[in-house]
Design a protein around this ligand. Structure first.
Ligand code: FES
Ligand code: FES
Length: 214
């Protein structure tokens, strides 16, 4: 691997990006290079949450620690050694099964426009992944706080908050069950993942919190 290559997992494979400008953002790479346009650009300055993605890295006990970040202000080189998940990645490929967040958004009529909805889904996916499998459920106020970095300028937040509570009542999606512990990369010491037969899956972190969900 060239010394200037950025190495991370995306879409089930190890991606090497060479000669990327240090100021290139994750969002620019996703939309312009990888052609993954499910992640939207709204404000492009870290305020609206439309560009929310999940970044995974080895956490405690070998578990995948997931953090939601704003891709528009996250610089691509900071992905080195990590895994990237977008709204296109949380549904189990080929199974037709929606992630519990997506299903809850359908059930509660929480889906809104194509700009804000992917961001809402990814912030809730991060919350779901942090709490699923534990006995502790976040309160409605805590869920509202989770969405504080996701703005909608035209509709409302009540159905989305309903969905954020309902998602914990739904069965886990296959992609979630198949989450694998991270392993060291055999090719690239800086990267902490080795190419597994199946890359780490499923989406957790902190989005910018500029306003509280209404
Ligand atoms: S486009 Fe990234 S936070 Fe608005
Ligand atoms: S910004 Fe998407 S519905 Fe308001």
């Amino acid at each position: 691997m060239p010394a200037n290559a950025i190495c991370f997992f995306h879409r089930g494979r190890l991606v090497e990006v060479r000669d990327a400008a240090p100021t290139r953002t994750v969002l620019q790479w996703l939309r312009e290079d990888a052609r993954c346009t499910g992640t939207k650009e709204g404000c492009a300055e870290g305020d609206c949450g439309a560009c929310t993605v999940l970044v995974g890295e080895p956490g405690r006990g070998g578990k995948l620690a997931l953090h939601s970040v704003n891709a528009c202000i996250r610089l691509l080189p900071t992905l080195h050694g990590k895994a990237l998940f977008t709204v296109e990645d949380i549904t189990a490929a080929g199974s037709g099964a929606l992630h519990p967040v997506q299903q809850a958004m359908v059930d509660c009529h929480g889906s809104q426009c194509g700009f804000c909805t992917p961001g809402f889904v990814m912030s809730l996916a991060a919350c779901y992944e942090r709490h699923a499998g534990t006995k502790r459920r976040p309160t409605r106020q805590q869920l509202a706080d989770e969405l504080a970095g996701n703005l909608c300028r035209c509709t409302g937040y009540r159905p989305i908050l309903d969905a954020s509570q309902r998602m914990f009542d739904l069965p886990a999606a296959p992609a979630c069950r198949s989450r694998r512990p991270p392993r060291r990369c055999a090719r690239c010491r800086a990267a902490r993942w080795r190419t597994p037969r199946r890359a780490p899956r499923c989406p957790g972190g902190s989005t910018a919190t500029s306003r509280r969900a209404r």
